[in-house]
Design a protein around this ligand. Structure first.
Ligand SMILES: Cc1ncc(COP(=O)(O)O)c(C=O)c1O
Length: 421
């Protein structure tokens, strides 16, 4: 059956009809302690923020952005290779390299562009790129665009990864790409094993630190610090400037050879304008604040522990108190939409995540905790979840009651996180 080219994948009309459509809901103001002013809703408490350290709106970071506008204006003069490079781009890259313990770093206009540009530069049609099945969509897109052979191993399954690395049918250079923290599940990659296997089989290792920078490790330096591994464990350290760092943009940190290569080869670097001055300045200042205010990470850790305990007390199981992401598995898409709506009606800003962003039958609320939450807010939200789960008869064991297998791509242009492809 032919559908219209503009037919959306999600049942948007039905969501609107049922009054549960909450996507692109406008935040009109951001206040302290995760309070936000939301169109048609008024004051809500945000439980879906990526600003894990609560740094969005930090006075030093705001001031750095304002100062950058005064000095350079709001835009750059084009791409980095032409007239777009500012001294603050260079400072940001030097600071990021220091923070990540690498020789060098290079920035892009988004994390998406960083992933796509890097993967397409490093591997080509005669090579193999090996990904975890739950890798972020920007990694999957980079792999597809690179024209390398794409091989995917079962989530965090090291035996399967080894089989893929050992398979003589996989040609050329091998690049393994994993997320440090999986963005819809909140679990952590088995980095010691992944890096050991990459060394054994001579593969390059790239790790996406979107959700671990600022969050994992004693000082927030990320996944290697978390596991106590040396700073050269990962060949290509990618991350975003839009999460714990409250700005926009992406980076890759690594050897000088890698970064010099990406700066002349990465299409998202060459053919896209430089990070705007306020974004670059805010990201630079945020990196400094993360180092100057370690109490923020301590507070985030405490909140994560507290919330995980509150969820366990209502019968949801969370084995891991490490990351700031808590999926509440609901099952069918409509169960997630309805539970999200239940929470929204009670003043909690949280989103339902349906298939195909996550596997079929594993729709969920994607809840995230920040250093800005207070304990009372965490307890109140857990209590609302408890009542909502009861009223909507959602199983608490994560099964969601769905009986079918994970589907394969069922419609064109699936906006997948990599799961349904
Ligand atoms: C794991 C992961 N990688 C990459 C990105 C893309 O980053 P950006 O939003 O800066 O384009 C995201 C964004 O959500 C992400 O979660």
């Amino acid at each position: 059956m032919h559908t219209h080219p503009f037919e959306p994948f999600w049942p948007i009309a039905k969501l609107r009809e049922e009054g549960v459509f909450f996507y692109r809901k406008a935040i009109e103001g951001y206040h302290e302690d995760e309070h936000v002013e939301v169109a048609d809703h008024g004051d809500m408490i945000l439980f879906g923020s990526y600003s894990y350290l609560g740094l969005n709106g930090h006075p030093r970071i705001n001031q750095a952005a304002v100062d950058a506008i005064s000095r350079y204006g709001t835009g750059t003069h084009g791409a980095r290779l032409l007239a777009g490079t500012l001294d603050i781009h260079r400072e940001l890259e030097a600071e990021m390299a220091r923070f990540k313990g690498t020789e060098s770093a290079v920035t892009f206009s988004s994390g998406y562009a960083a992933n796509v540009s890097t993967i397409t530069s490093v591997v080509g049609r005669h090579d193999t790129v090996i990904c975890d099945k739950l890798d972020h969509a920007s990694i999957v897109d980079g792999c597809n665009l690179s024209r390398a052979k794409l091989v995917r191993f079962r989530h965090n399954d090291m035996e399967h990864l080894e089989a893929c690395l050992a398979d003589p049918a996989n040609p050329g250079h091998k690049l393994v790409v994993v997320d440090a923290v999986y963005s819809m599940d909140g679990d952590v990659v088995s980095l010691p094993e992944v890096s050991r296997l990459c060394r054994r089989y001579g593969a390059l290792l790239m790790v996406d630190e979107a959700h671990s920078l600022g969050v994992l490790g004693a000082s927030g330096r990320g996944i290697e610090e978390h596991f106590g591994l040396p700073a050269d464990t990962i060949d290509i350290k990618m991350g975003t400037l839009s999460k714990a760092i409250p700005s926009g943009g992406g980076y890759v940190a690594g050897s000088r050879r890698l970064c010099d290569f990406l700066a002349v080869q990465g299409r998202g670097f060459i053919y896209s304008a430089a990070l705007p001055p306020p974004s670059a300045a805010a990201a630079l200042e945020a990196l400094r604040v993360i180092q100057d205010e370690p109490e923020r990470l301590a507070c985030l850790r405490e909140n994560v522990r507290h919330f995980a305990a509150a969820l366990r007390a209502i019968g949801l199981s969370y084995a891991d108190d490490t990351t700031a992401i808590f999926p509440v598995i609901c099952g069918e898409d409509w169960a997630a939409f309805r539970l999200a709506h239940y929470c929204q009606q009670r003043g909690f800003y949280v989103q339902g995540i349906p298939h195909p962003v996550v596997p079929k039958g594993k729709a969920r609320l994607r809840v995230s905790i920040t250093a800005g939450h207070g304990k009372e807010q965490l307890d109140d939200f857990a209590a609302v979840l408890d009542r909502g789960i009861d009223e909507l008869s959602i199983p608490r064991d994560g099964s969601g009651g769905f009986q079918g297998a994970d589907s394969s791509r069922s419609r064109r242009n699936t906006p997948s996180m990599g799961l349904a492809a």
